[in-house]
Write a protein that binds this ligand. Sequence first.
Ligand SMILES: Cc1ncc(C[n+]2csc(CCOP(=O)(O)OP(=O)(O)O)c2C)c(N)n1
Ligand SMILES: [Mg+2]
Length: 540
Amino acid sequence: MTERVEGHGGQLALAALRAHGVREMFTLSGGHVFPLYDAAHTAGFPLYDVRHEQSAVFAAEAVAKLNRRPGLAVLTAGPGVTNGVSGLTSAFFNASPVLVLGGRAPQFRWGSGSLQEMDHLPLVAPVTKHAETVFGADDIPRAVSAALTTALTPHRGPVFLDFPLEAIFSVGDAALPEAVAPAPIEADPEEVARAAGLIAAAHRPVIIAGSDVYAGDAVDALRAAAEALRVPVFTNGMGRGALPPSHPLAFAKARRVALSGADVVVVVGTPLDFRLAFGDFGDARVVHVVDAPSQRATHVTPAASPAGDLRLILTAFAEHPGDRVDHDDWVARLREAEDAAKARDAEAMAAETDPIRPARVYGELRRVLAPDAITIGDGGDFVSYAGKYLEPAQPGTWLDPGPYGCLGTGMGYAMGARVSHPDRQVCVLMGDGAAGFSLMDVESLVRQKLPVVIVVGNNGIWGLEKHPMRAMYGYDVAADLQPGLRYDKVVEALGGAGETVEKAGDLAPALERAFASGVPYLVNVLTDPADAYPRSSNLA
Ligand SMILES: Cc1ncc(C[n+]2csc(CCOP(=O)(O)OP(=O)(O)O)c2C)c(N)n1
Ligand SMILES: [Mg+2]
């Protein structure tokens, strides 16, 4: 029998949110959405507030990415919603199931010039899977439930609803739709078999696995497929850690050798975008495995592109009945390149330079981070180094901004991670430039007792822009920040703690103090501004 719910608009929304596994709300106060707060407060539903709406959406996105369940941000009408647009767009690029509920000026006097009266839909429609205004309280459970189903259906992504003032404040009653998990999309079996055949017949195959493999709960199937067909695996985004670094088929450093030497490149659960040379790997044939037909590339034509539930497709690869070509030489060649690169990295990560180079920061961090630590990258070069030197040991532990590349995710992602995993280390790796976007939200973390460690690579510049601009023009503008700025003092002033580190030998004790402190703690590492992340190819 269908359950019925009654109450004001906020309560009607909350009933549908809970039915779909939403467990917390991120927000910044605004009168237009008070009924949602009232519903949460009265029901004891966790509510976290922030100092800028983008942090609320980023926090919701972190919850969605880490836990594979919907994340919720509630934004007040007008500026609340517009401040959330970069967060929504990041979630759209990342296929993260985020629901943003917006307030909205009253409908009954629309056009008369109410406070913050604007139609949000044209603004958010291009960066959401669904955007809708819900005009009556009775319609709220249906709309929330349908929006969440859409968000969770592969290819996943954000959805947006707004409620005119009178809709959310009035009382209604309605049926609560049952939350049904989306049925898996079955890929065309012939396309799957053709893809598996191509991989099995390859002499030098490579798999690159991305975020949708984790989002689609296909990590075990990926491993089974890689082992059965004996294919070396590289990862990006939330795919990182899908195979433990010790696995004989797990690779990270030998990417260039792999992609320039491969005869078949299998890209799973990530687009053929700039991070993957737009899907152009020379003579190699490309197999692109996507979680929905909409994700097939239109700018290149892969040799095969099965579209559907990734777990089912990868399991079918694992069970491929035909012979496979022996790849042992190829795997050994890549292992040799990987080991050589690892030895070079180890040297860089131990280097005793003055000023400190970013590599050393990661060398020290690797010693203190637990295997299940959540690491978050928000910055330019400093974060590229994090990608290079940190090796996530488990899937679902690495949060980068994804292909939208939006600076400012740091404190929002940290909040979402801390709320999701109260017992784990949460460590934000931040450029000093990136720090400017969200550091005020340390106040939100302090006040709500959400400790995280922030390591700032403080080179006094927008490094990823300054170095390229100099290379291009011989000079640079708009690329300098104050050198040696005490970002640790900012965190201290906001109620947290921190310290500045100038000598490599002081890094380890500082990081230990940070993780033991139990408060938001910023380790402000003064790094070498002359150090530029080497970007010699678009495979970086
Ligand atoms: C919201 C946003 N604004 C601007 C950029 C362009 N951008 C990319 S990297 C970067 C420099 C980042 O500097 P910092 O955080 O200090 O890291 P560093 O490169 O110095 O290590 C900038 C400005 C962006 N990606 N996102
Ligand atoms: Mg910088």
